[in-house]
Design a protein around this ligand. Structure first.
Ligand code: XMP
Length: 326
């Protein structure tokens, strides 16, 4: 692919001053590229697409339409944060698509992890395509491609799935972060005024909570994943572990075990806690969560999450366990 090599003279963006310089250059370049035309962006709320959105808002304002698809597999508070930051604070032209029912209906009864990923990816393209067709005069498609995506794949962000848009919807690409490494994207995001919870977000897979609600996804079990994940994140943040542990989340497997609540036997799901550290996600070690913190998290999950009577802590490194359960 042409013009996909980071210029050797490009300085590593490590400070706010260097980020400001990058932002000024990119704003000028984006204005030159886009002119008075319109640009579309799939805004997941992840670091990369959020930084692209903030850059484009600065460069071309209302010529940007950002589409946020809520597929029902996002973490607690994420769609609300995207709306608050981009629509309310940054005054972006944001289309929020509530596609929760569509995705969950399509996923009903699908147990195979790869099939689940395919269903989510295909449905995402369909929803995004429908939104793109409603808009007139779009000529550009912005993407949060970063340098590791180019180094590791063919330059198209797999989980953005925009590579799958039909022929008549092939727009010219706008990829302002394509020569940046992740740490540089974060420095730029901070300089653009994005909140820390967005800029220093832990990695989150494209299929979202869908691969943490193992087997066939049901709404009630998905809610148990979302609520327990929110508790884990809240307690990690309070303990100063957010941003220090590489990835931490919960899984709710699709089986039940016996417990006792209020003197009565109950048959409910377990919640599995996972917290790992890694450099490249190829191998990972388990975070040694302090025991008192573990006890606090367990007590809160058992008291607050519906349908759960047991909490487990996954102590398996990668290999031979993968980071996700599916
Ligand atoms: P595993 O489970 O393979 O995960 O050890 C390694 C890293 O990749 C993330 N992951 C995904 N990311 N789409 C994504 O965008 C996916 O389908 C997917 N599956 C796993 C995982 O969260 C971890 O950071």
């Amino acid at each position: 692919m042409e013009n996909n090599k980071r210029p050797e003279t490009m300085e590593r963006i490590t400070t706010a001053a260097l980020a400001e310089q990058f932002i000024a250059e990119q704003v000028a370049a984006l204005r030159a590229q886009i002119g008075n035309k319109k640009v579309l962006l799939a805004l997941s709320g992840g670091v990369d697409s959020s930084v692209v959105a903030a850059l484009l808002i600065k460069a071309v304002g209302s010529q940007l339409t950002a589409v946020h698809v809520n597929h029902g597999l996002l973490r607690k508070g994420e769609p609300e944060q995207v709306i608050e930051v981009f629509r309310n604070q940054m005054k972006a032209n944001l289309v929020y698509v509530d596609a929760v029912d569509r995705f969950l209906d399509k996923l009903a009864g699908v147990t195979d992890p790869e099939k689940k990923r395919k269903v989510i990816g295909a449905e995402f393209i369909r929803v995004f395509e429908e939104e793109a067709r409603k808009l007139e005069g779009i000529e550009f498609l912005a993407q949060g491609t970063i340098y590791p995506d180019i180094l590791e794949s063919d330059g198209v962000k797999a989980h953005h799935n925009v590579g799958g848009l039909p022929e008549d919807l092939q727009f010219a690409l706008v990829e302002p972060l394509k020569f940046l490494f992740k740490d540089e994207v974060r420095v730029v995001g901070k300089a653009l005024g994005l909140p820390d919870s967005m800029v220093y977000r832990q990695p989150f897979p494209g299929p979202g909570l869908g691969v943490r609600c193992t087997g066939a996804i049901t709404r009630d079990r998905l809610e148990a994943v979302r609520e327990s994940d929110a508790i884990l994140r809240e307690e990690f943040a309070k303990a100063g572990l957010a941003g220090k542990v590489w990835q931490y989340f919960t899984i709710v497997p699709d089986y039940k075990s016996t417990g006792v609540k209020g003197g009565k036997r109950c048959f409910e799901w377990p919640v599995v806690l996972r917290a790992v550290n890694t450099k490249d996600a190829m191998s990972a070690t388990v975070e040694k969560i302090p025991y008192e913190l573990l006890e606090k998290i367990v007590a809160r999950i058992l008291a607050e999450v519906k349908g759960v009577n047991r909490v487990l802590y996954d102590l398996s490194p990668k290999p031979c366990a993968t980071i996700e359960w599916e």
